[in-house]
Design a protein around this ligand. Structure first.
Ligand SMILES: C[S@@+](CC[C@H](N)C(=O)[O-])C[C@H]1O[C@@H](n2cnc3c(N)ncnc32)[C@H](O)[C@@H]1O
Length: 453
C-alpha cells in the first residue's frame, strides 16, 4: 500500500470489517502501520471508514439509482469502492466530486481491479450528474423509507424505532446515531478537580467545556495538535458522559464492598474507586483474561487502589465469592450495543433480532449468578449501552419474577434535580443522543434486595 494513501487505507479497513473485523480496532491497527501519514490524511481515512459504515444505507440507495444491476450482485470489493466514492461525492465538501471519482478509479486500478474501472467511473459520474434527482423518501409520506434509505437504519431497526418512538423522534435519533459522537473525558478526581483539569486543557491550547450532567465530565470542543495533558499522570479517562452516570447511580461509599461484574475495560470500575475515594473494596470480573488486564492497567494509570480482578464467566456462579457479601453490585452487561452505534458503526449491519434474544438470555443468566452476592438491603444496578426493550425492561421483568426479593428503586429522588429528564416514568435511566446533549444511549435500573431475607 502507498503508506500515504488514506483512501486505500480506508478500503483495507472496510474489507476487514466485511470479514468480521471491528472498525475501531482495524482502523487503529492500519493507522499504526503508517506512522508517517500526514494528520489530514489520517483524518480523511478515519472519516471515510466511519462515514461509509454510518451512511451505508443512504449511499446504497443513491448508488442503486445509477447501477445497471442489483447492488447485492456487485462484487464486494467493487461495492466498497463505489461506497467510498459515493461518500466523497455526496457527503464531503472538501473533496471536489471529479477528484473523488478519479481517486476511486485509480485506487481500483492499484488494487488489480482494472476490469471494473469503467463500471465504477460510469456509476460515480452518473451520480455527480444525477445527485439532485435522487428520489429520497419523504419523511412525512414514507417515514420507514426515510429511516432506512435517508438515515441508514437496517429495516428491522427502522421498523422497531418507528413503532416505539414515532416518526419524528425515530428520525431525530437515527440522525444523531449517524453522526459523530462528542469526545468526552472523565476527570480523575483522585488527582484533582474538573476545574483544574479544564485549566490544564486550556493552557495546552484545547477548547473544552464541562459536561451538563456528569459532575466530573469534560467535553472537548476543539482539540489542538498538542497531546492531552496529564495522560501519564492519570488525570483523565476517555469515557462518554452517559457511561459516567452509571457509577453515580450505583452510589458506592468509602468502606463498602463492591462487585463490578462485567468490568472490562474498566471505565466504570475506576470511576467507582474514585467516587469511594479509593477506600472501597472493589472486585472486578470479566469473561476475558486479556480484557481483565485492561482493567488492571487502567487502575494503575489512574492510581486506583483496592481493586481485585479475576477472569470469570458469569454464566456460571462465582463460587469463590461469599453470598451476601457485597453492599453494591454493578452488572454493566454485554449487550447489542445499539446505543453506541456511532462508535461501532459496523454493528448496525451485523446485528439482527436473533442477536437481541441471545443477549437477553445471557444478561438474565449473569444477573441470576450475581443476585445471591448482594447483601440483604444492598443495591444491584443493571446497565446497558443499548435501547432494546428485550434487553432492558423484558430481561429485568423476568429477573424480578425469578428473584422476588429484589425490588426496583426509582432513581429520580436519588439523583440531582437537573437529571430528571434522563429518566423514564418508572425511574430508569434512558439517555439519548438527540435529547441529552449528544450522550450515548444507555439504560440503567437500580434494584434493592429486601432487608432481612
Ligand atoms: C459493556 S462491557 C463492560 C464495560 C465496562 N463496565 C466499562 O465500563 O468499561 C461488557 C463486558 O462484559 C463482558 N462479558 C461478556 N460475557 C461475559 C460473561 N459471560 N461473564 C462475564 N463477563 C462477560 C465483556 O467481556 C465486556 O467486557
Amino acid at each position: 500500500m502507498k503508506p500515504s494513501d488514506p483512501r486505500q487505507l480506508a478500503f483495507t479497513v472496510l474489507s476487514q470489517v466485511e470479514e468480521g473485523g471491528f472498525a475501531d480496532l482495524s482502523l487503529d491497527a492500519a493507522l499504526a502501520r503508517c506512522p508517517g501519514m500526514d494528520p489530514r490524511d489520517r483524518g480523511l481515512a478515519t472519516e471515510l471508514v466511519y462515514g461509509v459504515l454510518r451512511q451505508r444505507g443512504r449511499l446504497d440507495f443513491a448508488l442503486a439509482r445509477f447501477c445497471s444491476k442489483q447492488l447485492s450482485k456487485v462484487e464486494s470489493r467493487v461495492l466498497n469502492l463505489l461506497r467510498l466514492g459515493a461518500y466523497q461525492v455526496l457527503m464531503l465538501d472538501r473533496v471536489p466530486a471529479p477528484a473523488a471519482v478519479h481517486e476511486t478509479v485509480e485506487l481500483a486500478r492499484r488494487l488489480g481491479l482494472e476490469r471494473a474501472t469503467g463500471f465504477i467511473n460510469g456509476i460515480l459520474r452518473a451520480l455527480i450528474r444525477g445527485e439532485g434527482q435522487i428520489p429520497w423518501p419523504d419523511p412525512a409520506a414514507d417515514p420507514l423509507g426515510h429511516l432506512q434509505h435517508g438515515l441508514s437504519l437496517p429495516a428491522w431497526l427502522a421498523r422497531d424505532w418507528l413503532r416505539r418512538y414515532g416518526a419524528q423522534e425515530a428520525a431525530a435519533l437515527a440522525e444523531a446515531m449517524a453522526g459523530q459522537p462528542p469526545f468526552c473525558l472523565r476527570v480523575n478526581t483522585l488527582k484533582g478537580s474538573r476545574d483544574q483539569y479544564l485549566e490544564m486543557l486550556r493552557a495546552a491550547g484545547h477548547q473544552a467545556e464541562p459536561t451538563v450532567y456528569a459532575p466530573e465530565g469534560v467535553r472537548l470542543t476543539a482539540r489542538a495538535a498538542a497531546p492531552l495533558p496529564g495522560d501519564a499522570a492519570g488525570w483523565y479517562q476517555v469515557q462518554d458522559e452517559a457511561s459516567m452516570l452509571i457509577a453515580h447511580l450505583l452510589g458506592a461509599r468509602p468502606g463498602e464492598r463492591i462487585l463490578d461484574a462485567c468490568s472490562a475495560p474498566g471505565g466504570k470500575t475506576t470511576h467507582i474507586a474514585a467516587l469511594a475515594e479509593n477506600r472501597a473494596g472493589v472486585v472486578a470480573l470479566d469473561l476475558h483474561p486479556q480484557r481483565v488486564r485492561l482493567v488492571e492497567e487502567g487502575a494503575r494509570r489512574l492510581g486506583c487502589r483496592g481493586i481485585e480482578t479475576r477472569a470469570w464467566d458469569l454464566t456460571r456462579p462465582p463460587a469463590f465469592l461469599e453470598p451476601g457479601s457485597f453492599d453494591r453490585v454493578l452488572v454493566d452487561a454485554p449487550c447489542s450495543g445499539l446505543g453506541v452505534l456511532r462508535r461501532n458503526p459496523e454493528i448496525r449491519w451485523r446485528r439482527g433480532a436473533g442477536d437481541i434474544k441471545r443477549m437477553a438470555a445471557l444478561q438474565g443468566s449473569i444477573l441470576d449468578n450475581v443476585a445471591a452476592l448482594v447483601r440483604p438491603g444492598g443495591v444491584l444496578v443493571y446497565s446497558l449501552c443499548t435501547l432494546t426493550e428485550a434487553e432492558s425492561e423484558e430481561t429485568l421483568a423476568r429477573f424480578l419474577a425469578r428473584q422476588p426479593r429484589f425490588a426496583r428503586e426509582d432513581l429520580r429522588p436519588l439523583t440531582p434535580p437537573g437529571w430528571a429528564e434522563l429518566f423514564d416514568d418508572q425511574g430508569a435511566l434512558r439517555s439519548f443522543p438527540h435529547r441529552h446533549g449528544g450522550m450515548d444511549a444507555f439504560y440503567a435500573v437500580r434494584l434493592r434486595r429486601q432487608q432481612g431475607d
